[in-house]
Design a binder for this molecule. Sequence first.
Ligand code: C2O
Ligand code: CU
Length: 443
Amino acid sequence: MTKTLTAKPITLDLAGRTVSTWGYGDAVPGPLLRATAGDFLRVTLDNRLPDETTIHWHGLRLRNPADGVPGMTQDPVKPETSYVYEFTAPDPGTYFFHPHVGVQLDRGLYAPLIIDDPNEPGDYDTEWVLVLDDWIDGTGTTPDEVLEKLLANDSGSGGMGGMDHGEMDGMNQGAMDEAAPWGDAGDVTYPYFLINGRPPADPETLTAKPGQKIRLRIINAASDTIFTVALGGHRMTITHSDGFPVEPTETDAFYIGMGERYDAIVTLEDGAFPLVAKPVGKTSGGQAMALVRTGSGAAPAADANPRELTREVLVGSDLRPVQAAKLPSRTPDATTRLTLNGSMQPYEWGMNGAPFGENEPLTVQAGQRLRINATNMTMMTHPLHVHGHTFALPSGLRKDTVLMAPMQSFAIDLDADNKGDWLIHCHNIYHAEAGMMTALEYT
Ligand code: C2O
Ligand code: CU
């Protein structure tokens, strides 16, 4: 597959409001890229932005030079220059891509990437790709200004004082979502939440026939928002988590953290239904919504609140892997520790006790099974993301991004089968930029 992506400033129409932002091509999300497992991809990034950028292929176990991390796997791509990404996509699944420079992701630079399974035709009539986002740009405030403001929100401790205790003093208790185990998960106030670049006042309409079986591929490209996803009047059967097959699990709703992807099958009823992604713990900005229509009936309101949203909300890490997707059982050759540290006030985030650049990288030798004992030592939820590898939770569930609740600990195992220098970071883009990253290095 050969393709050129142009990153450039664009304007968008959000339900009648024209906003200026950055995108891949002319729309947000950018164009869907699609290939088959084992395919070789050659994608040229043509940078027409006024800033340097890169592309990171989120979740793919690809060759290190194509991973898109400036200063680690490549030099940043300067304005008016281009860069060619060449890699093989080994595993089928639902992925996406975005820059790995600053908080550019929050400007709208993201698009879905689907790797098809040549051996699995898929038992459904059609599929819909749904990309969730929290939208801030075009409101007069850029994501970079938001980050600056968050970083300035510093009571002056300097250093990492208090980090090991993750103090948050319940300052955002009011915004906590009763139904969620997560507590606070984001710091940024967004004016809109979007599905496929559309706000609920002008939702994307997905049409099909009653009784049709749809594969939903849901991608959370938000920078700072966990969502609860439900389709009014329907149960969903989750079939894949971060691209990997799971034991099919029926639910009314599920949580999806930043950087996570879930695939679900639904059999559609007759009528018009809201597909809602409700931000967890955020009280302004409404919600994200698409309209599913198989028959007549009034379109749901922009604030539609299907009862499925709160009845039974599945936590992705409770899913069980299918046997074929499990890592072969093996005793770890090496064990290491990873702590997530920080606090919102002062706005300081780090891993292993220090921000990125000051913390020690995790190290591994090629061929080892590495066990990482991870602990979230903060009072917020963080999506933990590992580049270039997938990891197994204690249940065997394979993921590349996993939500860690406040003070939660668990071990993740990975096989060191992809040489290079890789990032491990929180997929809250603001936390990552403030230092909640570390490296995984092969020695
Ligand atoms: Cu989407 Cu470094 O990640
Ligand atoms: Cu975080």
